[in-house]
Design a protein around this ligand. Structure first.
Ligand code: LRH
Length: 469
């Protein structure tokens, strides 16, 4: 096996990147080509993504990738879940909404009046998140004008190739996929007034979506196939978690902390529903049995507020170093409180939550940041305990991957609060999962998830955090 190259487009809620991945002969490496900012943009009718800018960055990044590595053989795209674009006659009807837009509250009410949450959970196995796609569809007035609805990575793949598909791992976050069948629940869609004709053909990771349109091939500098990967970023990340034992749990930590286990069968119990544990589909038909914890969003929004207060950037490494040096205990708040979901005055909202529990909010920024990190770690620990209880699986190690794995304070706090060893990294698990699934489709990576994870483990040694007594 020689070393082969692919391009990964990986879009997170705060930044996107285009990377070159190289795989083969025991090699698995990434080269960053371009990184660009992402985030909510306020428009007249609410919060959106600046989709036109994202698209330009992606095409430009791919062209740059080909200039650097002409041997690239394919492209794979992953992004955050649940959000979508509507097309009519091949044209995007409107800029996609951001899932943190508050318009979905009415969608939740209306959907639950038709199909109560307990029934939804039986059908789709999803935790309640107010922005799950079915709630968004329900209040989208443009649905009637559309002929297809495509989630963000599928929308990008359409723009690149002209093919309309729904990649299955991301489709599982819509709420319209049967948890056991893995097929569209058209009966539910019909009842909710969502035309099932909008839901495209489902494909699994590893499927060829199509070839670049000729005009894009000319601009990018190569005629390449787009291959479906675990297009839900969390699915790609979990595929690359170097787990070696069934007793391992994972935390994929970026904007969100996705805390859970990989299972081969769903746990559709009342207890799992009450604990709001989800069953998203993973690569190779696995279940991602996990719970969403609000992750680094709390810190990034806090820093953003301080920066606009100061009119100057906050040095994050310096802030975290000062937070690590804080002596004594800091007050904790519920990281998952719904008041923390929308962008805005995060320090003010956290302070209000602390006061509501009778605690005095830290006045010093280092202590405030420490309080945020400890509160996230406490929520991680609770989700880990719950995952073990609900699944009946003992957990003996936690793999923490994604941007959060660079935050030593968070990793250590998670180890301390769970009493378990935390193996941190890889930081780019999502891009690695994207690259591996493409490479496997090309015959350039091992056949099983376990072997792919062994390759990640061999090439990306984790940093170990041992719990303090
Ligand atoms: C993480 C993520 C998560 C979803 C949220 C919308 O980026 O995809 O898995 O719940 O964004």
């Amino acid at each position: 096996m020689t070393v082969r190259a692919v391009a990964a487009v990986d879009l997170g809620a705060t930044s996107g990147r285009v990377m070159i991945g190289r795989v083969g002969d025991g090699v698995l490496e990434l080269e960053l080509v371009s990184r660009f900012r992402n985030g909510p943009v306020e428009r007249e009718d609410g919060l959106h993504w600046d989709f036109a800018a994202l698209y330009e960055h992606i095409v430009e990044g791919l062209a740059q990738a080909i200039r650097r590595e002409p041997a690239i053989e394919s492209i794979g795209i992953d992004s955050w879940a649940v959000d979508y674009g509507l097309l009519a006659g091949g044209e995007l009807l409107a800029e996609p909404f951001h899932y943190r837009d508050e318009r979905t509250a009415r969608g939740v009410e209306e959907v639950h009046a038709i199909a109560p949450f307990a029934e939804l959970y039986r059908r789709n196995g999803l935790q309640f998140l107010p922005f799950n796609t079915l709630y968004q569809y329900r209040v989208d007035t443009r649905l009637a004008d559309a002929d297809v609805a495509l989630l963000i990575p599928d929308l990008l793949a359409f723009l690149l190739t002209g093919a309309r598909v729904a990649e299955r791992t991301n489709a599982s976050t819509t709420g319209l996929l049967g948890v056991e069948s893995g097929e569209w629940d058209t009966e539910l869609a019909d009842r909710l007034g969502i035309p099932s004709a909008l839901l495209p053909e489902l494909v699994d990771p590893g499927t060829l979506i199509g070839e670049l349109r000729p005009e894009l091939a000319a601009r990018i500098g190569a005629t390449l196939p787009v291959i479906a990967v675990g297009s839900h970023d969390t699915a790609s990340a979990v595929a690359a978690v170097p787990m070696t034992s069934p007793s391992a749990a994972y935390i994929s930590c970026g904007t969100w902390g996705l805390v859970g286990l990989e299972l081969s069968d769903p746990v559709l119990t009342d207890a799992a529903r009450d604990a709001n544990f989800t069953h998203e589909l993973g690569v190779d038909g696995r279940y991602r049995f996990l719970h969403n914890v609000t992750g680094l969003w709390l810190l990034s929004e806090t820093v953003r507020a301080w920066e606009s207060e100061d009119g100057a950037p906050v040095d994050l490494p310096e802030l975290l170093a000062a937070a690590s040096a804080v002596d004594g205990t800091v007050p904790l708040f519920d990281a998952n409180d719904p008041s923390l979901n929308a962008p805005g005055d995060m320090p003010g909202r956290i302070a209000a939550l602390l006061r509501a529990t009778g605690a005095e909010p830290p006045t010093d920024r280092a202590a405030f940041a420490r309080s945020i990190v400890e509160s996230i770690a406490a929520a991680f620990a609770e989700a880990i305990t719950t995952a073990a209880r609900l699944s009946g699986r003992p957990i003996d190690v936690i793999h923490l991957v994604g941007g959060g794995s660079l935050n030593a304070l968070l990793c250590q706090a998670t180890a301390d609060r769970t009493g378990l060893t935390v193996l941190a990294g890889p930081v780019e698990a999502t891009a690695l999962g994207n690259v591996l699934v493409q490479a496997r489709a090309l015959g350039a990576a091992p056949a099983t998830l376990e072997e792919m994870r062994a390759l990640v483990a061999a090439t990306h040694a984790p940093r170990r955090f041992t719990p303090h007594p």
